[in-house]
Design a protein around this ligand. Structure first.
Ligand SMILES: Cc1cc2nc3c(=O)[nH]c(=O)nc-3n(C[C@H](O)[C@H](O)[C@H](O)COP(=O)(O)OP(=O)(O)OC[C@H]3O[C@@H](n4cnc5c(N)ncnc54)[C@H](O)[C@@H]3O)c2cc1C
Length: 292
């Protein structure tokens, strides 16, 4: 059922100060509208609970990619196409580029934004697992203050997150290098999206992993999955099992067991819990064996 357009209001503030003051004046009344690729689907279906929309598209403060010695910081409005065109992301954060490449088609990649993907809070979203393994931080802004928080833990339940009604995601910060001040050893990146089709499919399982090895053992590792819990998840218990071990068959068996404890996939119209668990374990195994 289509929405009746005259029922809706869209405001397009000229700068960020105007945007956050509108949000502050009526917290929860104005819904931020970035690329609109999620919101327009709801509009078309007549399922938009909000009537007032705040277009972020013209806000220069939410655009741009800043590169410093210790981080790459992406404006909230960074699109998938911009991610794909940025050489430093291809070199240092390739999983984010791979997620961008596998998100929708070209039209969605031109318009869809990273902050929109985060704030839409789908457990099946494709870029959040990559952001989690790269230890991303979010900069949130309101008329009251701006604050930084780790992306890990931002989603607290299905479609729930640590974002006040008067706050916007302003920037996404990716720290470099990945594993602290020490000179990193060989780094291994692994990303797999499993869907019904090769393209234009919502994930049944999405897996991201990054590991650093030293003398054949796993010095550090980060793992994150989508579509296997009410939120995208970082698998810290499985990571703990793996740190310091060689990626051999025994380690793989222990990791498969730990992962089964840590994720909670469900049956739904896209897949079954059993399939999702098995695929998650197989992808973990594939990643670990690739470290050999
Ligand atoms: C055909 C199609 C294919 C798709 N394929 C994929 C896919 O393969 N993988 C995938 O993960 N997603 C996919 N999507 C979903 C969508 O494209 C992404 O989630 C996209 O990143 C959303 O970004 P947006 O800027 O369009 O968000 P919008 O639709 O503008 O907003 C989405 C949500 O985020 C909020 N929001 C946006 N920006 C901010 C901000 N700065 N601060 C606070 N809240 C904000 C909005 O209020 C809204 O709740 C697809 C969508 C379509 C229509």
């Amino acid at each position: 059922m289509r929405a009746y357009l005259p029922d809706y209001v869209l405001r397009a503030p000229r700068d960020l100060a105007e945007a956050v003051s509108l949000l502050a004046a009526e917290p929860g009344a104005w819904k931020p509208f970035a690329g609109g690729t999620d919101l327009m689907v709801l509009l078309e279906a007549g399922k938009l609970p909000h009537k007032k929309f705040l277009s972020l598209w013209r806000l220069a403060e939410l655009r741009g990619i800043e590169i410093t010695a210790d981080a790459v910081t992406l404006g909230a409005l960074t699109t998938y196409t911009q991610v794909l065109r940025e050489p430093i992301l291809q070199q240092e954060f390739p999983l984010l580029c791979q997620a961008a490449r596998e998100t929708g088609g070209v039209a969605t990649q031109n318009r869809g934004t990273l902050a929109g993907n985060i704030a839409n809070a789908s457990p099946a979203a494709d870029s959040p697992p990559a952001l989690l393994v790269y230890d991303a931080e979010l900069e949130l802004i309101s008329a009251r203050a701006s604050r930084r928080r780790p992306y890990h833990g931002f989603h607290s339940g299905y479609k729930q997150m640590d974002l006040a009604p008067d706050e916007l995601i302003a920037r996404i910060r990716l720290p470099r290098p990945f594993f602290g001040p020490r000179r990193p050893g060989p780094r291994h990146h692994y990303y797999r999206k499993v869907g019904t089709r090769k393209a234009q499919a919502i994930s049944k399982v999405v897996f991201a992993g990054v590991a650093e090895t030293e003398n054949g053992a796993i010095r550090d590792i980060r793992l994150a999955l989508g579509s296997v819990a009410p939120t995208v998840v970082r698998c810290v218990k499985t990571e703990d099992v793996l740190r310091g071990r060689r990626p051999d068959r025994e380690t793989v068996a222990a990791a498969r067991e730990a992962l089964a404890e840590e994720i909670s996939p469900i049956d739904d119209f896209r897949s079954t819990a059993r399939y999702r668990l098995r695929v998650s374990q197989n992808l973990l195994e594939d990643f670990l064996l690739s470290l050999q």
